[in-house]
Ligand binder design. Structure first.
Ligand code: NAD
Length: 283
C-alpha cells in the first residue's frame, strides 16, 4: 500500500479478519453499507467457512470474495484490514501487515503485555488504530464526561452504572472502567485509589472523592452505561445505550476510511473523531 495511493481513494479496499465471528459478520455488512470495497475475508485455518463467499455469509448475495484461511494470501489486495479476532491471531496478523505495509484497525481485546508492545512496534511501521470500544457514541460520551467532571469538580458524588447480557464474564465492563478513568483523570484523581466496586453492610457515609461502580447482568442487554453526577437538588446523567453490534462495526469502518494516507503511528478513536484537540473548559 502506498500512502499516496490510498490518500486519493474515496472507497477503501478493506479486508475483514475473523469474518465468520459475531463482529466479523457485522463488519462485512458495515463495509458494504458504507460503500467501501470488501477486498478480503479471513477466517482461522480449519474453519468450515473457508471457501464460502463472504457476501453469502451475511445475506448480501455473492460478492466474489471467498473466505480464506491465511491473511498472507490476500493482504496485497487490501489498503487496510479490520481485525476483531483473538489476541494470538491478531499478533500473527500484525506481523503480516507490518511486512506487507498494510494499515490496520484492531478491535480485539485481551492482549498480554508482550502483545501490547507488539502493537506499539507494529504502529511504527504501518498506520494502526486500536480502541477497546469503537462506538462513536461511547467516545463522544468520554468527552462529555470530562466536561461534566471538570465543571462539577468536587461538588457532586459520581457513580457509574453498567448493564450487560447474562453471558458477559467480566465486571465492571472495560467501557465502564474507561469512563471511570476519564472522570478520575479530569478530577486529578487516580481511579485505583478512589474506585468502589461493591457496598454491603455498615459502609459509613459516602466519601465524596470516591467513584462508585454498579453492575447489572441479565438477558440479552448489548451494553448500557450511565454515569451519574449527583449533587444537592440536581443530578446529571450521561448515558449510552448500545442496541446492536453495528455501532462498533460502523465505528471501525469509519476508522479504516480515516486511516487512508496517515503516517505510521498508533491512533485511537479520539484521533479518528478529531476529539483529541477539542478543548474542555475548566472551572
Ligand atoms: P467471535 O468469537 O464471535 O469472533 C472471532 C472470530 O475470529 C471467530 O470467527 C474465529 O474463528 C476468528 N478467528 C480466530 N482466529 C483467527 C485467525 N487466526 N484468523 C482469522 N480469523 C480467526 O468474537 P467477537 O464477539 O466477534 O469478538 C472478537 C473480538 O473483538 C474479541 O476480542 C472482543 O472482545 C472484541 N470486541 C471489541 C469491540 C470493540 O469495540 N473494540 C467490540 C466487540 C468485540
Amino acid at each position: 500500500m502506498s500512502q499516496s495511493s490510498i490518500a486519493s481513494c474515496t472507497s477503501a479496499r478493506i479486508g475483514v479478519l475473523g469474518a465468520g465471528g459475531r463482529m466479523g459478520r457485522t463488519l462485512i455488512q458495515a463495509v458494504h453499507a458504507a460503500g467501501h470495497t470488501l477486498a478480503a475475508a479471513v477466517e482461522r485455518s480449519g474453519s468450515s467457512l473457508v471457501g464460502t463467499d463472504a457476501g453469502e455469509l451475511v445475506g448480501l448475495g455473492t460478492l466474489g470474495v471467498p473466505v480464506v484461511a491465511d491473511l498472507a494470501e490476500v493482504v496485497g489486495q487490501c489498503d487496510v484490514v479490520i481485525d476483531f479476532t483473538a489476541p494470538d491471531a491478531t499478533a500473527r496478523h500484525m506481523a503480516i501487515c507490518a511486512q506487507a505495509g498494510c494499515a490496520m484497525v484492531i478491535g480485539t481485546t485481551g492482549f498480554s503485555p508482550e502483545q501490547k508492545r507488539l502493537l506499539q512496534d507494529t504502529a511504527q511501521q504501518v498506520p494502526l488504530v486500536y480502541a477497546a470500544n469503537y462506538s462513536v457514541g461511547v467516545n463522544v460520551s468520554l468527552k462529555l464526561l470530562e466536561l461534566a467532571a471538570r465543571t462539577f469538580g468536587d461538588s457532586v458524588d459520581i457513580e457509574v452504572l453498567e448493564a450487560h447480557h447474562r453471558h458477559k464474564v467480566d465486571a465492571p465492563s472495560g467501557t465502564a472502567l474507561m469512563m471511570g478513568e476519564a472522570v478520575a483523570g479530569a478530577l486529578d484523581r487516580k481511579l485505583d485509589d478512589v474506585a468502589v466496586y461493591a457496598r454491603e453492610g455498615q459502609t459509613g457515609p459516602r466519601d465524596r472523592q470516591s467513584i462508585g461502580f454498579q453492575t447489572l447482568r441479565g438477558g440479552d442487554i448489548v451494553g448500557e452505561h450511565t454515569v451519574m453526577f449527583i449533587g444537592e437538588g440536581e443530578r446529571v446523567e450521561i448515558r449510552h445505550l448500545a442496541t446492536s453490534r453495528m455501532n462498533f462495526a460502523s465505528g471501525a469502518v469509519r476508522a479504516a476510511a480515516w486511516l487512508s494516507g496517515r503516517q505510521p503511528r498508533l491512533y485511537d478513536m479520539q484521533d479518528v473523531m478529531n476529539l483529541r484537540e477539542t478543548s474542555i473548559p475548566t472551572t
